[in-house]
Each structure stands twice: as structure tokens, then as C-alpha cells.
Write a protein that binds this ligand. Structure first.
Ligand code: SAM
Ligand code: DTB
Ligand code: SF4
Length: 323
């Protein structure tokens, strides 16, 4: 565990902006190839109908968001999407399910098959399926899962204002189970939900002082979806995304910092600043889980413009590709 204090994190976060970006870019260069961006693809393998009440989420059954609900996809459909993702240069494929938690049933068995099959294609496989027990995490690991995404989303203090159907400690417990199983942890949050800057700093402090810091930190800007309680939240400014990304990069220099939801509202210049501030991964393809994402061609043009290249696929077939 890193011993950053809350005050250390606040000091980094509030540094003069260009100083902050410079420090983050320096940390980025010391730990990563700065010209490389990892491309990842998301696939919602089970969409909508979720019993949870996450105020940001279009997939919660209680909000009327008009998304196309569907049950668990068939293996063939998942494999086709994974092949396409690989073809388009993605090296990480993340399957999401709108579940509160994993249950030990045939659906989980099917997900385990999906994990093994996608793994066979030579992709890093990530899942985000809700809460997990230690033995479920172990089974995912044995099936060939590389990483598990489970976001803390915000600070402990703000959490009850966005989610009432589960608590922060339950979130931390799943993260501990994931870590115990030897899976790579992907854990981040969302800004723009009405939280204060201090609460964002609290989230960054919690992430950086987890028993071991996450290997992957997605930074999402809220995508306000009509029908959800957060539909009218005003957009966050890019400066706020940049401060989050840069602080995460300095606190967790080895992590992949992913510029995640919210890119459709960002210009090339705004995204360039995020890369400069230490983001080194994006999700590509026209859809995130259920909401739009920039078209593939415009991302290709963006990387070309900035002289960035997509990180090459890792070569080995061992169960732990390099982070
Ligand atoms: N049900 C699982 C869970 O909650 O862990 C996995 C799927 S959930 C959709 C994955 C993550 O997507 C959430 O933790 C949240 O951080 C992010 N997310 C969901 N809706 C979003 C939105 N409208 N804007 C930004 N991020 C969002
Ligand atoms: C994460 O932090 N962001 C991604 C991934 N992890 C699973 C998901 C963003 C979802 C945005 C809303 C949607 O498309 O449904
Ligand atoms: Fe369900 Fe996950 Fe959406 Fe919350 S974020 S409503 S748990 S799918």
C-alpha cells in the first residue's frame, strides 16, 4: 500500500495546471512508451434490466431509458465481436453484464466459456459483471480472464447519493476478491455527477491507497442518459478531466489510465491534452456498452494526427500478458 496522505493528493490535484500536466507527462514517460495508446473494445454481453439503482446508469431496470435490453449473448456472437475488435487493432476486450452480482448458474458457466474463447484469440480479456465472491474470481482466472473491472465510481461520502442498493464496502470487498485471485484490477470512476472537487480527490486517494493500486484506472465523464436521475447534469470541462487523469498518472504511474466514457463530446485538442496528461488507452468502436463512442475512423485519424500508435498485441499465450 502506498502511503499518500489525503493532503498529498490534494496538493498534486491543485498544482498549477501546466505544472501538473508536465509532472504527469514526466511520470508517463518514465513508466510507459509515450507514443503508444492501448485500444480496447467493450461489448455488453447482457444489457439492461439491472436491479441496482446507480443514478448514472441507462441499464438500471427502474429508469426508462429506452435501451434495447437483451439476455446473455451467444458465444458465437461474442466471438465475432472479439475477432472484429482484434482486426481493428484492439488488444483488450471487455465484456460487461448488467448484473448486480455474479450467481453460480449456467449464465456464469457461459461467461466462463466466453472468457476462454476470447483468450484463445490472443486478446487480454476483461469482464465487468458486478460483485464477485473469491471463488468466482478464481474460476474467472482459471478460465483465462486477465482483468476485472469494478469501479468505485466516486468517493465514499458521495456514493450513497448515486447508489442506494449497495455500499462502498461491498465494492471494496469485490476488489479484494479480485486481487486475491491474482486478476489484474481495473478500477476507476466517473466525474460530472454533481460531486465536489474534494470528493474527486477522495476517490483518487482511495484508489492510490488500495492494498495494491489498480493496474488500470478508467476515468469516465458522465454520459447523461435521458431517463436516468442524472440526465440533466451539465458537462464537465476538459480541465477537470485533465486534472483527474494527470493526478491518477502521478499517483499510479504504472497503471494504464483510460480516457473512457465522454469522448464524443471532446474535440481532438481536448483529447490530445488528456493524452499529454498521461492517458494511454481509449475504448474504440461506435458503442461503449450502450451509449455512443466516436467512430473508428475518426479515432484512427486522431492517432495519426497526434503521431500516436496503437499498442501492439502481446505475443505470448501465457495467462498474464504484460500490463
Ligand atoms: N454491472 C457492473 C457494475 O456495475 O460493476 C458492470 C457494468 S457497469 C455499466 C460498468 C461501469 O460503467 C460503471 O461502474 C460506471 O463507472 C460506468 N458507467 C455506467 N454508466 C455510465 C454513464 N452513463 N456515464 C459514464 N460512465 C458510466
Ligand atoms: C468503465 O469505467 N467505463 C466503461 C467500462 N469501464 C466498462 C463503460 C462506460 C459505460 C458508459 C455507459 C454505457 O455505454 O452504457
Ligand atoms: Fe447495474 Fe452496473 Fe448499471 Fe449499476 S452500473 S445499474 S450495477 S449495470
Amino acid at each position: 500500500m502506498k502511503d499518500f496522505s489525503r493532503a498529498d493528493v490534494a496538493e498534486i490535484y491543485h498544482a498549477p495546471l501546466l505544472e501538473l500536466i508536465y509532472k504527469a507527462a514526466t511520470a508517463h514517460r518514465a513508466h510507459h512508451a509515450p507514443g503508444e495508446v492501448q485500444l480496447c473494445t467493450l461489448l455488453s454481453v447482457k444489457t439492461g434490466g439491472c436491479p441496482e439503482d446507480c443514478a448514472y446508469c441507462p441499464q438500471a431496470a427502474r429508469y426508462h431509458t429506452g435501451i434495447d435490453r437483451h439476455g446473455l449473448l451467444k458465444l458465437d456472437a461474442v466471438l465475432e465481436a472479439a475477432r472484429e475488435a482484434k482486426e481493428a487493432g484492439s488488444t483488450r476486450f471487455c465484456m460487461g453484464a448488467a448484473w448486480r452480482e455474479v450467481r453460480d448458474n449456467r449464465h456464469f458457466d457461459e461467461v466462463l466459456e466466453m472468457v476462454s474463447a476470447v483468450r484463445e484469440l490472443g486478446l487480454e480479456v476483461c469482464c465487468t459483471l458486478g460483485m464477485l465472491t473469491e471463488s468466482q474470481a478464481q474460476r474467472l482466472k482459471e478460465a483465462g480472464l486477465y482483468a476485472y473491472n469494478h469501479n468505485l465510481d466516486s468517493s465514499r461520502e458521495f456514493y450513497p447519493e448515486i447508489i442506494g442498493t449497495r455500499g462502498y464496502d461491498e465494492r471494496l470487498e469485490t476488489l479484494a476478491n479480485v486481487q486475491k485471485a491474482g486478476l489484474s484490477v481495473c478500477c476507476g470512476g466517473i466525474i460530472g455527477m454533481g460531486e465536489t472537487v474534494d470528493q474527486r480527490i477522495d476517490l483518487l486517494h482511495t484508489l492510490a491507497t488500495l492494498p495494491s493500486p489498480p493496474e488500470s484506472v478508467p476515468v469516465n465523464a458522465l454520459v447523461p442518459v435521458p431517463g436516468t436521475p442524472l440526465e440533466d447534469c451539465p458537462p464537465v470541462s476538459t480541465w477537470e478531466m485533465v486534472r483527474m487523469i494527470a493526478t491518477a498518472r502521478i499517483l499510479m504511474p504504472n497503471a494504464m489510465v483510460r480516457l473512457s466514457a465522454g469522448r464524443t463530446r471532446m474535440s481532438a485538442e481536448q483529447q490530445a491534452l488528456c493524452f499529454l496528461a498521461g492517458a494511454n488507452s481509449i475504448f474504440t468502436g461506435e458503442k461503449l456498452l450502450t451509449t455512443p463512442n466516436p467512430p473508428f475512423d475518426s479515432d484512427e485519424a486522431l492517432l495519426e494526427l497526434l503521431g500516436l500508435s496503437a499498442r501492439a498485441p502481446y505475443q505470448g499465450q501465457e495467462s498474464s500478458p504484460p500490463a
